[in-house]
Unconditional design. Structure first.
Length: 363
């Protein structure tokens, strides 16, 4: 399991406020993507022995993270700067500290996943997105504050160059954070009105056809494809692309182009009108931070050893979709709001109070 974070929209500063129709489309997209995240992580233990599951896994990874970063950038346009932007940065940092601690402790005591490093400098699997979100917001603040020309071009160049860094790509999630930066920039500058005018029924049919054709192609070619190519969490050296720098750049170009085409095609699946998905899309943060724990506990039960047929795998996918719906219910928000969306000011006030009392006591 490798992987999302979504911050609810809020009023603030940005290039423009979000239109109601654009927000609705974004929330629908966000929930469909978190379902893909849940399904992708749930079926990952099966991909080495079930070609169908590997094809679905690869298909999901061609678009779900690029689009998640894209829609995160789109919603950031309403709260990137000002007090709202600072408040969100603090909240993301708290979320990372809290859940990095929870996941690491549970992994050390219960899960014991091979190859996991328990360090705040190595995000625990899916938690890299929190660090990435901090990085994307800070980079976008810099781009806008200093009126930097061509931020998309700069972010693409950085996405290529990060592969040459002589360090572990998982360190502070640096590889994925930088590789996906262009999609955040695209989302931040995205015009829903122009997109809506372009999204005719005919274009939708073409997009759905391309998306389904990609799934078929990935099924037919799944055996030689290494899933880590689409995860973008390793440097070129870690991937073994060291024979030629040009070959490494070519491989990343192919991956970028594949993700762009797959992401654009998947948008054809997204409803533009307000539906039940819209309400669920407001609470994807809860699904993101909690679903990993559920999957880890399911793995411990040994149930994956009994998933050997298409029917049992389909049941797993159905259960994952149901799990995403359940975790996005308002009751879950009411119960777990203090942990999932912690407030910085009360915690900072408590820390200052404790330090003050310790200082008085010491004096």
């Amino acid at each position: 399991m490798r992987e999302h974070l979504s911050i609810p929209t809020a009023p603030g500063c940005g290039p423009s406020t979000l239109t109601k129709s654009g927000e609705t489309f974004g929330l629908n997209l966000r929930f469909l993507l978190i379902v893909c995240v849940f399904v992708g992580n749930a079926i990952e233990p099966l991909i080495m022995r079930m070609p169908e599951m590997k094809a679905i896994f690869l298909w999901i990874f061609t678009f779900h993270m690029p689009l998640f970063v894209f829609i995160t950038g789109y919603f950031a346009r309403s709260n990137l700067n000002g007090a709202a932007g600072i408040r969100i940065l603090k909240q993301i940092a708290l979320q990372y500290i809290i859940f990095q601690t929870i996941y690491s402790l549970l992994d050390y005591l219960v899960f014991r996943v091979p190859g996991i490093s328990h360090s705040f400098f190595i995000p625990y699997l899916l938690l890299w997105f929190l660090v990435g979100h901090l990085f994307w917001r800070l980079m976008m603040k810099m781009f806008t504050r200093f009126s930097i020309s061509h931020p998309l071009l700069i972010s693409i160049v950085l996405g290529f160059l990060v592969g040459f860094l002589p360090l572990q790509g998982a360190w502070l999630g640096i590889s994925r954070s930088v590789v996906y930066l262009p999609f955040f920039v695209i989302g931040y500058t995205f015009s829903y009105e122009r997109f809506r005018a372009w999204l005719t029924p005919f274009v939708r049919y073409i997009g759905v056809a391309i998306s389904m054709a990609l799934l078929v192609v990935l099924y037919m070619m799944s055996e030689p494809i290494n899933p880590i190519w689409f995860m973008n969490h390793m440097t070129f050296h870690e991937l073994g692309w060291t024979q030629s720098g040009w070959l490494a750049l070519f491989n990343r170009t192919v991956i970028y182009l594949t993700q762009i085409v797959a992401s654009a095609a998947f948008l054809a699946w997204v409803p533009i009108r307000e539906t039940h998905l819209t309400s669920l899309g407001k609470r994807t943060l809860y699904v993101f931070l909690l679903h990993g724990l559920i999957i880890r506990f399911v793995v411990l039960t040994g149930v994956y050893a009994h998933i050997t047929s298409g029917w049992s795998a389909a049941l797993l996918i159905t259960a994952s979709i149901a799990g995403a719906v359940l975790l996005a219910q308002p009751q879950v928000t009411a119960w777990l709001h203090p942990i999932i969306e912690p407030k910085w000011d009360p915690i900072a006030g408590w820390i200052r109070h404790k330090l003050f009392r310790a200082k008085i006591k010491h004096s």
